[in-house]
Ligand binder design. Structure first.
Ligand SMILES: [Zn+2]
Length: 244
């Protein structure tokens, strides 16, 4: 689904538009001309459908050279291994912190073990080990064709969480959602304070489209969602929780 001139939605699960498997986050394709980058991988049960959606939007899967992972949770990263196998030459990018978990398929580190036990995922969503070709740190920039993507460290929802800025687009992963909402969970690496600092940080940059990991997308005036979250944070409060 084409969202904007160079941004397509190619997977989305039940916390989104049910375009693909229930356990997929929003997966975006950023078209840089010579090459395409995917933002996040989904849960891995509908890699074929994701690739079919690229084709349906006129995007040649052969141009997909990079996969940028916002974080290592199952619905965002468990599909990385199958995408890397399906798309020859695909380079996988993750934060320095998340990269070892992905390489090892460490389901405990990404809380997939407890999430599965809590019934949030079916038994066949697994974190298959996936090579990570490059590790990203805060402020790192990489080209995607004629576009430049900048990685921003935005922990809080999870350790090693990155958001990605590309021109007017903020790919926020699970750091900030429509309505100024955030997603806190009872997992070892979730932190209210880190989440608030990350939202503050995102609010300090110039961007217009809020392209989060789930639920509603804001193609313009996205900053108002950051402002809604900031209204709570300025009072030492916590932005409202994601409602599903
Ligand atoms: Zn997450």
């Amino acid at each position: 689904v084409r969202l904007a001139e160079r941004v397509h939605l190619v997977a989305s699960g039940r916390l989104g538009f049910s375009l693909t498997d229930d356990y997929d986050c929003h997966v975006y394709a950023l078209d840089g001309g010579d090459e395409i980058a995917l933002i996040d991988a989904g849960g891995g049960r509908s890699t074929d459908a994701l690739i079919a959606n690229l084709r349906a939007d006129g995007l040649d899967p052969g141009r997909v050279r990079r996969l940028l992972l916002t974080h290592a949770h199952g619905d965002h990263a468990a599909g990385a291994a199958s995408l890397r196998e399906a798309l020859p030459g695909l380079r996988v990018y993750a934060s320095r912190e998340a990269a070892p978990w992905l390489r090892a398929g460490d389901e405990r580190a990404i809380s997939l073990d407890v999430a599965r036990a809590a019934g949030m995922y079916p038994p066949d969503v697994r974190l298959r080990p996936c090579p990570v070709d490059a590790e990203l740190g805060d402020g790192d920039e990489l080209p995607v064709g004629d576009l430049t993507v900048r990685a921003l460290a935005t922990p809080g929802h999870a350790r090693g969480h990155l958001s990605f800025l590309a021109g007017p687009c903020l790919f926020a992963g699970d750091a900030l959602f429509y309505g100024g909402r955030i997603a806190l969970q009872d997992t070892w690496d979730c932190s209210v304070q880190e989440s608030n600092r990350s939202v503050e940080r995102l609010a300090s940059f110039d961007w217009d489209a809020l392209l989060p990991g789930h639920l509603t997308i804001s193609l313009s005036q996205g900053k108002r969602h950051a402002e809604l979250a900031m209204a709570a944070i300025r009072k030492l409060g916590v932005p409202p929780p994601l409602q599903v």
